[in-house]
Design a protein around this ligand. Sequence first.
Ligand code: FE2
Ligand code: FE2
Length: 371
Amino acid sequence: MTTQQVEFEGDELLESHPIAEPLIAGGVRCHGGFDDSGSYVSPRTAKRGPAICAWQAKHAREFGTELLDAPLDAWPGHYPNVAQARFLLQQDIVRPMITTLTRIGTVEGFGAGIRRAAVQNIQRFFAEDIRGTATAHLDKGLYEAHARDEAGFEDEAGHRQMWFAARDIAFEQPDVESQVAQMLELMGLPATFGSGPPSLERLAEMRRRAMQTRQLDDDIDFELESQIARMIRLVFIELAAFRSFSWAEAVLADPELVAGDGEAARLVSYIRADETPHVEYLKTCLTEIRDRTVIGQSGRKYPGRDVVLPLWNRALEQSLSQNRSANRDMQLRALDHELRDHPRKDDLIEEFHSVGDVRPDVDGSWVENTA
Ligand SMILES: [Fe+2]
Ligand SMILES: [Fe+2]
């Protein structure tokens, strides 16, 4: 279904397609479901899906420019890779995979905070009329739909619980009680992270720090800069997630390694399908802003590209460099901790590295595995 409709009111962008059968995973009612032909249908896409296509088409018509994009291939594959994850499972070392699934689900749950991201009256930052754009709908359903997809809503579970269900199916209800605090610690986050909205003092402190390291001219409203930077971070998180999701699907699809006859992998494939509108609406908004004119606090006008592209380029560079090794370091620390009392620890870690795409060098830096 396509539509030329580009303006939506109230809860329209939250409407779901009618479904023939709901998605139940590990006894939990999840969002989305199956149509008459048995195909999976993502939640809240009845109007949102065609709307994103219509906004993109309208933008291309009016501006004749390409959608801002980053090549998925630029992102490194998941660490550990499929062969390394398989190796660990074959050795009956299941904890790292269980932790990874818990971590992905936990991080998806942080998506609940996306609904708090919207700035009021975003039109005031632009010289042009933004009616009928994705940007004008960020606080009219786009952020809310995204938050619900990630964290669930009312009695329907979202990605957070879908990952936990995939984990519980694949590893037959593992004990994960003690995991979350340890996992957050390894991720370098406080144990209370994500347990509720931060206090007003904490928010003020975060804002003060962010303003000190802001990238754009002080004349550009800091709220607008933060909003754009947040959207860019989200796009890169979503793109990086696609790599993790295909990795998880490949590992969880193997009935020799995990329980559930492929059910866990199927769940991940549904989650992956739900992510597509997230990447698309964010890229659309960033493109719309890039091609418009931003008004500074002094009234001075700035080409949108001078606002969006510096933020985009720096975030891309960070996402592809620092964040990559930080994640590998974290994974390896977790494995080291897991095997701390294992009599064959050194051999196992060496075998683990030998099937990897990358391995740590003597100085701790990451190098291609040429073995
Ligand atoms: Fe998600
Ligand atoms: Fe997402």
